[in-house]
Design a protein around this ligand. Sequence first.
Ligand SMILES: Cc1cc2nc3c(=O)[nH]c(=O)nc-3n(C[C@H](O)[C@H](O)[C@H](O)COP(=O)(O)OP(=O)(O)OC[C@H]3O[C@@H](n4cnc5c(N)ncnc54)[C@H](O)[C@@H]3O)c2cc1C
Ligand SMILES: NC(=O)c1ccc[n+]([C@@H]2O[C@H](COP(=O)([O-])OP(=O)(O)OC[C@H]3O[C@@H](n4cnc5c(N)ncnc54)[C@H](OP(=O)(O)O)[C@@H]3O)[C@@H](O)[C@H]2O)c1
Length: 461
Amino acid sequence: MLNKSNRVAIIGAGPSGMAALRAFTAAQAAGTEIPEIVCYEKQDDWGGQWNYTWRTGTDGYGEPVHSSMYRNLWSNGPKEALEFAEYTFDEHFKRPISSYPPRAVLWDYINGRAEQSDVKKLVRFANVVRRVEFDDSTEQFTVTVDDLQNKTTQVEIFDQVIVSTGHFSFPNVPEIAGIETFSGEVIHAHEFRGAERFAGQRLLLIGGSYSAEDIGIQCHKMGARQVTMSYRSQPQGFAWPAGVDEKPQVAAIDGRVATFVDGTSREFDAVILCTGYLHHYPFLPSDLHLDSPNNLYPEGLYRGVTWHKNPRLHYLGAQDQWFTFNMFDAQAWFVRDLILGRIAVPTEDERADHMATWLEAYNRVDDDPAAVQFQADYIRDLIEATDYPMFDLDEVVRIFLAWKADKKTNIVTYRDGVYTSVMTGTTSIVHHTPWLAELDDSAERYLSIQATPSAVRAPVK
Ligand SMILES: Cc1cc2nc3c(=O)[nH]c(=O)nc-3n(C[C@H](O)[C@H](O)[C@H](O)COP(=O)(O)OP(=O)(O)OC[C@H]3O[C@@H](n4cnc5c(N)ncnc54)[C@H](O)[C@@H]3O)c2cc1C
Ligand SMILES: NC(=O)c1ccc[n+]([C@@H]2O[C@H](COP(=O)([O-])OP(=O)(O)OC[C@H]3O[C@@H](n4cnc5c(N)ncnc54)[C@H](OP(=O)(O)O)[C@@H]3O)[C@@H](O)[C@H]2O)c1
């Protein structure tokens, strides 16, 4: 029987894995018997990308560093778009905060929910999953895990596996003609930890998406002399502040000089590759391994979560992400209900038909509004199948589009805007200091000053 599952492994305790832990304990609290859950997390703490580290390359155990976040990172989308439907910002902070919190404040929010459901006891920290194998005869997985502190290896058997290891950790590093002659520093965004040290420098950022935009603007904020972003497909097209601009793709680099495909060239002090990440799951054999570009509907996943070729294996958060935390919840609740047998796993043909229909819809997506709507519809489809609280997804789509418009208006002030929660109706407050002038990213500073009524302005509609 596919749905009789005694043991479930969750690999990774970032926001997706934490959502899975929460989903199972929510069912348990409501009186449902749940399988034995073991969550393996290779770091010493949970939070995934939000568990900031100063390290680059390898961590204290010699393992590849997971997080790509930097000290100065603030949420790049309004928190009203990522809010959990069943643990709101109001519940956590007990008062309104601004719409774009810094990294440490969002970690606090995720951590608060997980602590509330007392799931830490289910997580084996500093445990790295090395191998997952499926036995066709027993229909079980063998999971091989290294305990990094005790230096032991354990092999355990599971009936279902949930992969929640994220996909913004292994850098995509393209070859660029002549880059080996560049005498300045070359790093990938994964290794970028702070913008201060680039003050006074001329930077070349290769890539035309979120990392290029945000790292570029952070470096501008911290005093970089010049920031040039080089796009491959299309320019980002923001009204960049003086000292920041875009160029097309790099044709070649010779010493300190990069020449672009439009024939222009420029001299640089450092290169930051903002060229995205690979779906990479070194613990999975190829027949269980998702292989996809970073997009909204990775092929091979029924309902975006369950591995078509083996529906006892599930992936959370494998999509490119407009929605984040509440999408991981919707996925986790759905996968939980599949595992609990509350939702039947369709036949192979039915799954294939379902995926084909959604893939067709995805292939019709041709601009950002359609992309956000697609992801909202995807989430709605999942939530309708479970008891996760439904929320006004269409209003969240409007929030995303207002956010996009705010960015177009002014890329350095958009984080000063405020939105209204679809969960609570609470309108955020304006942060006490405009983002561009705020040089202290700590949670202490962020939460230190209460809003005054005069700080509240009309929400963006
Ligand atoms: C630079 C950057 C900035 C971002 N900013 C935002 C933002 O502002 N707002 C937003 O909503 N989202 C943002 N995101 C998106 C981010 O992907 C999600 O917010 C979220 O962290 C994804 O959660 P996850 O659990 O799927 O993956 P992750 O957060 O990547 O967590 C995966 C976990 O799996 C663990 N793991 C990996 N391999 C193993 C293994 N073999 N064994 C055991 N454990 C393992 C890792 O240690 C990690 O804890 C950002 C992403 C990046 C890269
Ligand atoms: N909170 C924040 O402020 C913040 C900051 C940074 C990142 N993030 C998050 O991090 C995640 C990843 O973002 P990302 O920007 O790193 O990855 P991404 O969105 O996948 O974008 C990758 C970029 O690299 C370009 N690229 C890939 N290969 C290239 C090559 N060979 N030559 C030139 N360009 C190439 C792509 O160009 P094409 O378009 O041509 O494919 C694309 O512009 C997102 O979820 C984002 O929200 C958040």
